[in-house]
Design a protein around this ligand. Sequence first.
Ligand code: NAP
Length: 254
Amino acid sequence: MSAPTLTRYTGKTALITGGTSGMGLATAQRLRDEGARVVITGRDQSRLDAAVSRLGNDSVLGVVADTSDLAALDGLMDDVRERFGRVELVFANAGVGVFKPSDEVTEADFDLSVGVNFKGVYFTVQKAVPLMPEGGSVVVNASWTLHRGVGGLSLYSATKAAAHNLARTLAAELAPRGIRVNSISPGYIDTPMYPEAELPEDIATASRNRVAAGRFGRPEEIAGAVAFLGSADAAYVNGQDLVIDGGLVGALVS
Ligand SMILES: NC(=O)c1ccc[n+]([C@@H]2O[C@H](COP(=O)([O-])OP(=O)(O)OC[C@H]3O[C@@H](n4cnc5c(N)ncnc54)[C@H](OP(=O)(O)O)[C@@H]3O)[C@@H](O)[C@H]2O)c1
């Protein structure tokens, strides 16, 4: 028997920052499949055009907006308001990965990482909330790395810990408006940020070996979790971090 078709997002609008590839694009596709109107963002018009066309053009809006640029975020929200009027789900997903030992991190690395992964998430949510009705949901894309002290990831992990803490805090602050806020912590997901086939084989093998499932995750496996968190199926899930990692943080592989 095939699974029933889900229509949880019919008549709803989702805003996904960083929707041109990886988890953002997979989530946009999943939400489209469930009936949503979708707004995706990115830094590059041609990548956005390709993603919009892949998602089917109809009821899909692509907006060039660097999330670390507050004026660009204001323009994004104007576009969302004008085209769709409101937004039921915000997936604050755009992120960058600077993976370096702490003694090699430069001020430019710091400003980029904090600017996109923390400031970008902070102001995306702040500026989207006025467009969100009661029952709306925010999902912040954090990372499994916030749950561990992983050498070489000080800058990245700290920005993700900040984003996760922001989600918990806003869950409390936005509760009176009927808006839930959660974060997700993906494990090793095969995307342009951590592309399994392009990693040195020893790193790819070591990564797989740390995971109980013995493999990388697929962006579609994150998309399903975001679709759940944003829906009424998760109406009583608030202020949580959902680790989606095949058993990396929580399972001891021996
Ligand atoms: N892959 C993993 O193993 C993994 C694990 C845990 C968490 N994450 C997190 O998951 C999120 C999605 O990453 P991904 O793995 O799916 O990688 P990805 O395919 O590289 O996606 C990153 C997305 O963010 C967009 N982006 C980057 N900087 C931006 C900015 N300043 N303004 C607007 N958009 C921006 C990119 O768009 P353009 O390049 O077109 O501008 C792209 O759409 C990130 O927050 C990442 O930290 C990834």
